[in-house]
Each structure stands twice: as structure tokens, then as C-alpha cells.
Ligand binder design. Structure first.
Ligand code: HEM
Length: 407
């Protein structure tokens, strides 16, 4: 094991400004770091992160979410395992794939994207983060659940506070208090709606959850509220960052942007490469159930492992020239990129593989397609440089663009 004393700390401003050179140093010379401040063991190589996520030998648990997320969401499927996990996951999984996604929710996705673009298409300028990316995915999930999109600002505030709690690596007291407040506010908001939906079920996903039975038992109001909280946070923040990042990457590579504009079937490739190159979630944790030996050394039983997705996705032993954004690279498989057979690690792998991956793909395909149609000659605003924010989740802070206005 390396002590990594010469490396910038993951909590330092230098790391936050640009983690990628540090990731490289970690993979090369400190692939297993005992990190005192987060009381965890940091792994950065592709082979190690993949092994932790796939967990073939049953050596890792998600008990870390008991302290990392339960205080704000309540108990969710992220913490469950075995049959309990499979049954609950199966309650929402059908809505996020196949016929339900195509027939029931694709129209919702298309309408929500169009509504946002219509606000700025005739103005000639927009911030693709503030005006679009932070609004679109959370509006979609709110609509899918049958919640009132007019409450967007509250949803956005809540999911930002939940994700901040999850990524509160330095234990900031203000972030912890805001998370606790969010739990109370979200419960006060949701319980009357759950009650109403139990009495008057509709076609929405919330009604499906209210009617669902797990092993013959209805889910409690608390279970349903926790599920909704997870869906808003997991489906909002991540896809928000993904959409902002795909545009940041394409705008920085005008030749690739032109290729995608000319051939929209390249959008999934551009999305898969964005997930590899600039993943929305940079870190995921696990707990060891036993002593485990990885490429850099041995981790004791009962320890927390911090898996650096952002580092593993740029491992030169897995991807050629990994610091180059290239939507045509032949060592990233697009056909499996949105399934548990993916080779990039942005959605994790194994039993907790992102249940919303195909929903995210549908949102990105629709969003990028509609934006390219509505915004001809899309270009970064004069003198603008992308600044990325976040070490747990990460994405462009803003993305001011100009274009010829359309009616
Ligand atoms: C680009 C967008 C997205 C990214 C990068 C992403 C990333 C992830 C990751 C890394 C995990 C694994 C967490 C772990 O193993 O500890 C996960 C799980 C999950 N995601 Fe996503 N996600 C995205 C979009 C979505 C969407 C749109 C939804 C649904 C609204 C969603 C819902 C979930 C849920 C419910 C889980 C937990 C699955 C389980 O425990 O079985 N995600 N996601």
C-alpha cells in the first residue's frame, strides 16, 4: 500500500480544480490509499473498481449508505441486497425500459425538453446548465411520478441538498443540517400526496408504487417517500450533469459536434464517451464484508472503500489515450454502454447497476437532438471557458452559448 503523502488530497482545492492529473498519479503510484479524513480506502485502477462493483465473491456490501444516505432519504434499494433488493427494484425497473419507456414516458421526455427550449430558442443565447440541464431531468421524473412541476425549485433544492449530504466528505455541519431539514420538508410534502394517490390512483409511477405489494405486503408511506426521494436525486443530479457535460465536450471539439449534428445516430456514442471521459458521479463507496486484497494491497474487513469512477474510466490499461475525448474510439462499446454489461463504470456494475440508465439515454438522445434542431450554429459564448464543479458528482458550473434565434 502507498501512503500517497506526495499527492494532493481528495479534499484539497487543487484536486477539486482538476482531479484528472491526481487520478493518474494514484493509478500509477498509489493504487490503494488509506484516507484518514474520510476514514476510507481509496481505489483508482479500473481492475479494482470493476472488481468491487461486480463483487463476484460477495466481499462487499452497501452498508455505507446507512450513514451516507439513509439520514436524508430513509431506507432505499441502494442499501438492500438479495431477494429484498430484487423485488423492490423490480417495482420501478419496468418503467425505465422497454415498452413503458417507449410508449408511456418518451412523450413525457419530449414534451418537457420542448417546453424548456421554447423559453430561449428565440433569444439567441442561453446557459445550457441553468436554463436546461438542471431543469429537464427533474421535471421528467416529477412528471413520471405525477408530481407538480411548478414545485421545480423545491425539487431542485431538495435533490441538491441530498447529493451534497451524500458527498459531504469533509463532514461539513451546515451540509448535514440542510440534509436533515430536507428529509423533514420532503416528508411533509409527500405524505399528503401519497395519501391522496392511495385513494385516487392514476396512471403515474407514484400510483404504481402505492399499489405495489412486496411479498404480499403493501409498501408503507415511508418506503414510498424514500423511493421517490431516491428517484429525484438519482435521476435529477446525475442526468443534469450528463447533459451539461456532453455539450461541454462537444463544444470543446467542434469537429465531433459537427459530426453529431450531421448524424444523430452518433448521440449514444457521444453520450457513452462522455460517461467515460467526464462521468457525472466520480465516487461510489462500499463496505468490506471480509478482508480483501486488491492490486495495491489488502483492505481489512468492515472498512469503507471509496471507488474513484473518474480515475478508473481513464485507466490507460483499459482505454487507449484515455485523456482524449473521442466519440469514435473503438475500445468503448456503445451497444452495451447503457446495460450492466457496460465497460465504462459511470453507472457502476453488478446488482446496483443504475436502474435509470436507459431513461437517461432516452433523455440525452431527445434533449441533444431537440437542442441541435432548435439551436443552429450553437457555439460557446465569447471568451467562455468551462469550469467544472464537484468532487463527488461533477459537471460544468455553467455553459453560456450563443446561436441564431429560431421561431
Ligand atoms: C447519466 C445519468 C446517471 C448516472 C451517471 C447514474 C449513476 C448511477 C450509479 C453510479 C449508480 C450505482 C450506485 C451504487 O452502486 O452504489 C446508480 C444507481 C441508481 N440509479 Fe442512476 N444514474 C443516472 C441516471 C439515473 C436515472 C435517470 C434514474 C431514475 C430516475 C436513476 C436511478 C437510480 C437508482 C434507483 C439506483 C439504485 C439502483 C439499485 O440500488 O439497485 N439513475 N446510478
Amino acid at each position: 500500500m502507498s501512503t500517497a503523502q506526495q499527492l494532493p488530497d481528495i479534499l484539497s482545492p487543487e484536486f477539486a480544480a482538476n482531479p484528472y492529473p491526481v487520478y493518474r498519479m494514484m493509478r500509477d503510484s498509489a493504487p490503494l490509499i488509506r484516507h484518514e479524513a474520510t476514514q476510507s480506502w481509496i481505489v483508482s485502477r479500473y481492475e479494482d473498481v470493476e472488481r468491487v462493483f461486480k463483487d463476484r465473491g460477495g466481499q462487499f456490501t452497501t452498508e455505507n449508505y446507512d450513514w451516507q444516505i439513509e439520514p436524508v432519504h430513509g431506507r432505499t434499494i441502494l442499501q438492500l441486497s438479495g431477494r429484498e433488493h430484487a423485488v423492490r427494484r423490480a417495482l420501478v425497473a419496468p418503467a425505465f425500459r422497454g415498452a413503458d419507456l417507449q410508449d408511456r414516458f418518451l412523450p413525457v421526455i419530449e414534451r418537457n425538453s420542448r417546453e424548456l427550449i421554447d423559453v430561449f430558442r428565440h433569444t439567441g443565447r442561453a446557459d445550457l446548465v441553468a436554463d436546461y440541464a438542471t431543469r429537464f431531468p427533474v421535471n421528467v421524473i416529477a412528471d413520471m411520478l405525477g408530481l407538480d412541476k411548478a414545485d421545480h425549485d423545491r425539487f431542485h433544492g431538495w435533490y441538491t441538498s441530498v447529493i451534497a449530504f451524500l458527498g459531504n466528505l469533509s463532514g461539513d455541519a451546515g451540509v448535514a443540517e440542510a440534509g436533515a431539514r430536507t428529509r423533514v420538508e420532503f416528508a411533509e410534502y409527500m405524505f399528503p400526496i401519497i395519501q391522496e394517490r392511495r385513494e385516487n390512483p392514476g396512471e403515474d409511477l407514484l400510483s404504481t408504487l402505492c399499489a405495489a405489494e412486496v411479498d404480499g405486503v403493501r409498501m408503507s408511506d415511508e418506503d414510498i417517500k424514500a423511493f421517490c426521494s431516491l428517484l429525484l436525486a438519482a435521476g435529477g443530479e446525475t442526468t443534469d450533469k450528463a447533459i451539461a457535460s456532453i455539450f461541454a465536450n462537444l463544444l470543446a471539439h467542434p469537429g465531433q459536434l459537427a459530426a453529431v449534428r450531421a448524424d444523430r445516430s452518433l448521440i449514444p456514442r457521444a453520450f457513452a464517451e462522455t460517461l467515460r471521459y467526464t462521468p457525472p458521479v466520480h465516487m461510489i463507496m462500499r463496505q468490506t464484508a471480509t478482508e480483501v486484497t486488491l492490486s495495491g494491497g489488502t483492505i481489512p474487513s468492515g472498512a469503507t472503500v471509496t471507488c474513484l469512477i473518474g480515475a478508473a474510466n481513464r485507466d490507460e490499461s483499459r482505454y487507449r489515450d484515455p485523456d482524449r475525448f473521442d466519440i469514435l474510439r473503438d475500445d468503448l462499446t456503445t451497444t452495451t454502454a447503457f446495460s450492466a454489461a457496460a465497460d465504462h463504470l459511470a453507472f457502476a456494475l453488478g446488482r446496483h447497476f443504475c436502474v435509470g440508465a436507459l431513461l437517461a439515454k432516452a433523455e440525452v438522445e431527445t434533449g441533444v437532438g431537440q437542442l441541435l434542431d432548435a439551436l443552429p450554429d450553437l457555439r460557446p459564448d465569447d471568451g467562455f471557458d468551462v469550469v467544472e464543479r464537484g468532487v463527488f458528482t461533477r459537471g460544468p458550473q455553467s455553459l453560456p452559448v450563443r446561436f441564431t434565434p429560431t421561431a
